[in-house]
Design a protein around this ligand. Structure first.
Ligand code: NAD
Ligand code: DAU
Length: 345
């Protein structure tokens, strides 16, 4: 029996991982550890909250004492770290929290894990550490780091600490680098859930720049099975790309979404670009595939499942789109929308 700590398990991908692992590994004890920031949501964990092999602890990975206590209290032997500030636009507005959680917090978690003598530490990272990928190159795991946003830089900092604990202290570590992930329970600030929920209310969809940026889309369940594969079979000290290998221009993603929703393209508004916007992310998942992982969802199937979930769960996202969410919306979009253009304008 493993005693697994999942940090950031109340967020989007972390909660899918908790739900998946609690059902596929009923003999494991799963402890979800989460600060419950604006992005953490206990509603995401309703399906597991009564399971006998599940427990929840509210805490901050940058708080040494609560982390140490949790390791001891629950006899943790395995860690999967999802905990992070995750939204690029917020990192441009307010970078401090990103450095604290994504870099300093990772160090505190690693140090506590080392002192506790855990067996394996998997750190969840991102393709953004590679930066803007030119031409038709596909990033491989030993490519250099060229992070461009404060978010990406803070994630690169966290990764470098994981590497250092492996080399310096011989810690058993694995890193995964996921591509753009979408699916149910995603906080409606990221492109896909933001645009679905705005379009459902016939609100303008603020597309940055010319909308020709490329992202590699990965359905959340496939991301989670990629992390599970790396956790169970990855080699210590190695990193693994979890790539959807499904590269799309943003404008094409938005057009497909609108057609699934039966909404007009006139909702699209071209707004001034994100500062430092990376034009293209692209990775190969060859190394993870060699461990036996394959993605199961096509983009069309994943997007349809996602749209259907948001249509069926308005109570989940309507509760979020109030208060502080609306303040962020004003800060991020009010001026941009004033300067926006529609198609052909
Ligand atoms: P999310 O914002 O939905 O969830 C993050 C969770 O971490 C929240 O529950 C939040 O409360 C918690 N958290 C934040 N700071 C914390 C702290 N200091 N201590 C404890 N908990 C804290 O994010 P997500 O999209 O699910 O991303 C999860 C991880 O996956 C992140 O590390 C992110 O960098 C990485 N990632 C995300 C994507 C993506 O497309 N969303 C792709 C690749 C990698
Ligand atoms: O690539 C992995 C990363 O993907 C993760 O590490 C991050 O945690 C996650 O937030 C995501 O980062 P992006 O910045 O790529 O995701 P986002 O959904 O914010 O934006 C996707 C693309 O859509 C990007 O090119 C910016 C564009 N966009 C986004 C928003 C929110 C718009 O054009 N308009 C918008 O309003």
């Amino acid at each position: 029996m493993k005693h697994l700590l999942v940090t950031g398990g109340a967020g989007f991908i972390g909660s899918e991982f908790v739900r998946h692992m609690a059902s596929t590994h009923p003999d494991w004890k799963i402890v979800c550890f989460d600060k419950l920031t604006y992005a953490g949501n206990l509603d995401n964990l309703t399906p597991v909250q009564e399971l006998p092999n599940y427990a929840f602890v509210q805490g901050d990975i940058a708080d040494r004492e609560v982390v140490r206590y949790t390791f001891e209290q629950h006899q943790i032997d395995t860690v999967v770290n999802f905990a992070a500030e995750s939204h690029v636009d917020r990192s441009i507005l307010d970078p401090d929290a990103f450095v604290i959680s994504n870099t300093v917090g990772v160090n505190i978690l690693l140090d506590a894990a080392r002192q506790h003598g855990i067996e394996r530490f998997l750190h969840v990272s991102t393709d953004e550490v590679y930066g803007d990928i030119e031409g038709d190159h596909l990033s491989v795991e030993n490519d250099p780091f060229m992070p461009n946003s404060p978010y990406a830089a803070s994630k690169a900092g966290g990764e470098l600490l994981v590497r250092a604990y492996h080399v310096t202290h011989g810690m058993n570590t694995v890193i995964t680098r996921g591509s753009n992930t979408y699916g149910k329970y995603q906080y409606p600030e990221k492109l896909i859930p933001f645009f679905i929920t705005e379009a459902l209310e016939d609100k303008p969809l603020p597309l940055y720049g010319d909308g020709r940026q490329v992202r590699d889309w990965l359905y959340v369940h496939d991301h989670v099975t990629g992390i599970e594969t790396a956790l169970l079979h990855g080699q210590s000290g190695e990193a693994y790309n979890v790539a959807g290998e499904n590269r799309q221009h943003n404008i094409d993603v938005v057009r497909l979404l609108l057609s699934l929703l039966g909404k007009p393209e006139s909702l699209i508004r071209y707004v001034p670009d994100r500062e430092g916007h990376d034009a293209r992310y692209a990775m190969t998942a060859q190394k993870l595939k060699a461990l036996g992982w394959e993605r199961q969802y096509t983009f069309e199937a994943g997007l349809k499942a996602t749209v259907d979930w948001y249509l069926a769960h308005p109570e989940w996202w309507r509760k979020i789109k109030t208060g502080a969410y609306l303040e962020f919306y004003q800060r991020q979009y009010a001026e941009r929308l004033k300067a926006s253009k529609g198609q052909g304008e």
